[in-house]
Ligand binder design. Structure first.
Ligand SMILES: [Zn+2]
Length: 449
């Protein structure tokens, strides 16, 4: 084979080098170019551990595991059953005696169902709540609405016939909270756990009229605010996971974040009853709720975590009810220990945070604007957001491309300073740092002064 002559060879090499430089320049980010990372600390996904019903075993057996592993969580508690609570379950409306009397001559119908159902737990007898829960659930679906109405008729007939013992009996969920105090909850809140509302009595809200829904949600919020502080009135879960339109409309006026449903246009939701797995979407985020039952194998629960790590747009929201034989679908704490350790191992890839904090982060990111400017050897950044600045005060993670010779960056925002290491990706050298979206400009420098 004849060799290519030397001058031509040199020319060809030069051409290839030039082309390579042009191509790599095209992929390079401009110095100062900044984005808000999808998740805190530039992680691949988010995970929130949430507990419903405030059963005492959640705090006795699951919380110490999370404490050991330093995992945050959200507890949706039923406020009315906690000792020293000011607000308890009650019916707001006409006298129940009148309603009972009326039911003897006027059958339950579309017009009086909500009133009868709202009053159902407060007729002065034990054992009536289960009828209310059942009727509300049937009434929530158009195709079983008539059945729900029949259940209400049955309840009032039995009350008129004296088939119940006098008194008041709360839901089983309220009884499972026995032993929980506000003092404990304040303590957990101080340790970084999110305490949030699950109504006053674990009411079946699709069966309640507007006034009684409002009472259950508003007064529960007031109770939490008075006992714990406004920080804990951000999130709520309407009991039984209902997504009823009428209820959601009222609830959203009271709580900024509901685990039941989030109406953001940039969020796809897969609720815990859905068989769907998070596939492709044109939305920025997917909230994927999963609730393990006693029959769910640990390997399946671990695979949810794997899926969240593998994609970049999943917020895995785990829903836990009972623990150690107390509560709905009670999971054993030994299994939870193993599962939480698995989650902990994946913390490098997953941002583990409370339900409220992940909601805050996504909303702030969707409503923020970031701009950069080069000044001498510094990079100046402004981050502004259009949301309420008191409610939405979580720092966002920014990723800024910096000159290749910066090994570290000194990031100042007001009096706050962070020193961060530079890293490299295909577009160049960059730094990740926290920025408060409060309008105070940030300054990045490659040296200390
Ligand atoms: Zn519940």
């Amino acid at each position: 084979m004849r060799a290519v002559n030397t001058p031509l060879k040199g020319f060809l090499i030069l051409m290839i080098l030039c082309l390579a430089t042009i191509v790599s320049k095209a992929q390079q980010a401009k110095i100062g170019q900044t984005e808000i990372t999808k998740w805190q600390d530039g992680k691949n996904g988010a995970l929130s551990i949430t507990y419903d019903d405030g059963s005492i075993n959640q705090f006795k057996y699951a919380l110490p595991i999370m404490e050991r592993l330093k995992l945050p969580a959200t507890f949706f508690v039923i406020t009315g059953g906690i000792p020293e609570s000011k607000y308890h379950g009650k019916f707001i409306g006409r006298s129940v005696k009148t309603i009972i009397k009326e039911s003897a001559t006027i059958p339950t119908n579309e017009h009086n169902f909500l009133e009868r159902c709202s009053a159902g737990g407060y007729l002065g007898y034990k054992g009536t709540i289960s009828y209310v829960t059942k009727a509300a659930s049937l009434y929530d679906e158009a195709k079983t609405r008539e059945e729900g109405i029949k259940v209400m008729d049955e309840l009032y007939r039995k009350v008129r016939n004296g088939e119940f013992q006098p008194g008041y009996q709360p839901c089983d969920e309220v009884l499972q909270e026995d032993g929980l105090t506000w003092e404990d909850l304040k303590n957990y809140g101080g340790r970084g756990y999110e305490i949030a509302s699950h109504s006053i009595t674990h009411a079946s809200m699709p069966g309640l009229d507007s006034v009684n829904i409002q009472y259950e949600l508003e007064k529960s919020k007031e109770e939490i605010r008075d006992k714990m502080g406004a920080r804990y009135t951000f999130s709520a879960e309407v009991p039984y996971g209902y997504e009823n339109e009428r209820v959601m409309k009222i609830a959203y006026k009271i709580y900024p974040a509901l685990r039941n449903r989030m109406p953001e246009p940039w969020l796809k939701e897969i609720d815990r009853a859905s068989k769907q797995t998070p596939g492709s979407t044109n939305k920025d985020y997917i909230q994927w709720q999963r609730g393990a039952t006693t029959k769910t194998p640990l390997s399946l629960m671990q695979s949810w975590v794997d899926t969240a790590v593998a994609k970049n747009n999943i917020w895995l929201v785990l829903v836990i009810h009972g623990v150690d034989n107390l509560g709905y679908e009670a999971l054993q704490h030994t299994m939870l220990d193993e599962y939480f350790q698995y989650i902990k191992v994946n913390q490098k890839e997953l941002w583990i945070a409370t339900f409220g904090d992940v909601t805050r982060y996504m909303r702030e990111r969707e409503h923020s604007k970031v701009e950069h400017e080069k000044k001498d050897d510094k990079i100046l950044i402004t981050l502004t957001q259009s949301l309420d600045k008191i409610m939405y005060d979580l720092p966002l993670t920014l990723k800024t491309y910096v000159p290749a010779d910066w090994k570290k960056a000194w990031v100042w925002q007001g009096k706050r300073m962070q020193r961060v290491d530079a890293a490299k990706d295909e577009k160049g050298s960059y730094v990740l740092y926290q920025a408060y979206p409060n309008g105070i400009a940030l300054s990045l420098s490659g040296k200390e002064n």
